[in-house]
Ligand binder design. Structure first.
Ligand code: FMN
Length: 187
C-alpha cells in the first residue's frame, strides 16, 4: 500500500473478528516497523508487552473502565501495551535539554504510529486506548521501576468493512505562514 493511502485510510478499529490468530511472521514484521521508528538521540525508550491471555485481557478491560474500545481488547488477537522508559529521552547527563521535560511519550507515540500504519497496510486493524488506569496496568504487567505503560493497542482482523472517518480540521485552520495567525492556505 502506498504511504499516503495508508495514512489517509487508517481508521480506529473497535470491532474485530474474535481471537482470529495473526501469524508470527506478521508480528515480527510489525515489530520491525516499531524498531525503525525515530527517537530522541536514538534512545528507543519503548517496550512492548504482547497480551494474549484471556484473563489478563479481561483485567486490561477492567483497567480501561467505561471505554468505547473495551470490547476490542477482548476480541483482539493480541493487545500491545506500549510502554516507555522514563528519564532518558530529552535528557543529557540527568538534565532535560528542553522545556518539554521527558520526551518518553513522544518517542513511544512515534513507534506506536509506525505499528498502527504497518498493521493497516497488512489488512489488520488497531485502535489506541489511552484512557485507562495506567498504574493498575503497570502492576498487572509487572513493569519495573522507571518503565510506564502509555497506550494499549488491540490488534486484530477488522470485523467491519468500512469505518466512517471522524471529520478533520481543514489544513487552512492549523497551518500558519511565518507567524501564528496568518493563514498559509486559503479556503
Ligand atoms: C493518544 C490517543 C488515545 C486514544 N484513546 C482512546 C481511547 O481510550 N478509547 C477509544 O475508543 N479511542 C481512543 N483513541 C482513538 C481516537 O478516538 C481516534 O483516533 C480519533 O477519534 C480519530 O479517529 P480515527 O483514528 O479513526 O482517524 C485514542 C487516540 C489517541 C491518538
Amino acid at each position: 500500500m502506498e504511504t499516503m493511502e495508508c495514512i489517509l485510510t487508517r481508521r480506529s478499529i473497535r470491532s474485530f473478528i474474535p481471537d482470529k490468530e495473526i501469524a508470527e511472521e506478521t508480528m515480527r514484521q510489525l515489530m520491525e516497523a516499531v524498531r525503525w521508528a525515530p527517537s530522541w538521540a536514538n534512545t528507543q525508550t519503548w517496550e512492548v508487552v504482547v497480551v494474549k491471555d484471556r484473563d489478563l485481557k479481561q483485567k486490561l478491560v477492567d483497567a480501561a473502565g467505561a471505554n468505547r474500545a473495551a470490547q476490542a481488547i477482548l476480541d483482539a488477537c493480541a493487545v500491545m501495551v506500549f510502554c516507555s522508559r522514563r528519564g532518558i529521552a530529552g535528557a543529557k547527563q540527568g538534565e532535560y535539554s528542553t522545556n518539554k521535560g521527558d520526551w518518553y511519550m513522544f518517542d513511544c507515540a512515534l513507534a506506536a504510529q509506525n505499528f498502527c500504519l504497518a498493521a493497516h497496510s497488512m489488512g489488520l486493524g488497531t485502535v489506541y486506548i489511552g484512557r485507562f488506569e495506567h498504574r493498575q496496568v503497570d502492576t498487572l504487567l509487572g513493569l519495573p521501576q522507571g518503565i510506564e505503560s502509555v497506550v494499549m493497542i488491540p490488534l486484530g482482523y477488522p470485523a467491519v468493512k468500512e469505518v466512517k472517518a471522524p471529520p478533520r480540521k481543514a489544513s487552512s485552520e492549523f497551518v500558519h505562514a511565518e507567524r501564528f495567525g496568518r493563514r498559509y492556505f486559503e479556503g
